[in-house]
Design a protein around this ligand. Structure first.
Ligand code: ADP
Ligand code: MG
Length: 264
């Protein structure tokens, strides 16, 4: 009996040394239950191991959600698919599992006017993919271009791009907002070329390709970038009126507008 109490006293230290915080937190309750219910030793051991593994998975996803920098509150559940009839909910949900495309480095391109829900869908998909065990980072395209330009200046561009390989998916929001002077360095092209057929990109844009001339330094590079992006890609065109505008209209008192407009 006294041997058992000595072992129990050392347990917190041992579990801490072994970095088993979940077992450290819960072993007393579980052990008491095991004693009470007369569990075989192997059941106790496996219950504790399962707890620790589940906790690790939960913490990993928490870390991956933090590093994903997703805009808050944009989930697939809160997306009204009826508002974008040309977007197949089943297709989006299939992509949310990640299995069919991220392993192959396939891209997803989302086109639509401002307010059509591109950023919402992009970040909702990103969140679902993180929850399914993938690593994702969401960034405004102008921000990542700026970051990579700084890396280029300190001759670290290749290393910085290689470091981004840890993400199964990079979400580049609003590629068409890259400014002319940002386009003068070819960092975005280098990123696209480096990830080609290996690591996925998700890109949103107000315009499908038409305006991309100003995103890259010259027309040949624009063509080469688009060529790589679309070679293995799913493209969603979300040609609907701004959701913000539509909900604003729907909120207006009835007398302010035609009934037909409220239904639009
Ligand atoms: P975009 O990136 O295409 O400009 P956003 O995704 O930012 O558009 O959408 C604008 C706002 O409208 C956001 O607050 C977004 O959550 C909301 N929104 C857009 N489309 C939908 C939708 N189909 N269902 C629910 N909310 C939507
Ligand atoms: Mg957007």
């Amino acid at each position: 009996m006294s041997k058992i109490s000595v072992d129990a006293a050392r347990l917190p230290l041992l579990l801490n040394t072994l970095r088993l915080p979940a077992i450290g937190r819960l072993w007393q309750d579980i052990a008491a239950r095991a004693d009470k219910e007369g569990w075989p030793a192997v059941r106790l051991l496996s219950a504790l191991a399962e707890l620790e593994v589940a906790e690790r998975a939960r913490r990993r996803i928490e870390r991956h959600l933090a590093e994903a920098r997703l805009p808050p509150g944009k989930t697939l559940d809160s997306f009204d698919f009826n508002a974008v009839p040309m977007l197949s909910k089943a297709h989006v949900l299939a992509l949310a599992s990640g299995d069919t495309w991220l392993g192959k480095g396939t891209n997803l391109l989302l086109f639509g006017p401002p307010g059509s829900g591109k950023s919402h869908i992009a970040s909702a998909l990103g969140r679902a993919l993180v929850e399914n065990g993938y690593r994702v980072q969401f960034t405004r395209t102008t921000d990542i271009v700026q970051r990579l330009q700084a890396e280029r200046q300190s001759l670290q561009l290749a290393a910085a791009i290689a470091k981004l390989d840890r993400f199964d998916l990079l979400i580049l929001d609003d590629i068409s907002y890259v400014s002319k002077d940002q386009a003068e360095t070819s960092v975005l092209f280098e990123l696209i070329a480096a990830r080609y057929e290996r690591r996925s990109l998700m890109i949103t844009a107000n315009q499908p390709f038409g305006e991309w001339g100003k995103v890259f330094p010259d027309p040949a590079m624009t063509v080469a970038a688009i060529d790589r992006l679309v070679h293995h890609a799913t493209i969603f065109e979300m040609n609907v009126e701004s959701y913000r505008r539509r909900t604003a209209i729907a909120r207006k008192p009835k007398s302010d507008h035609q009934p037909a407009e409220a239904q639009a």
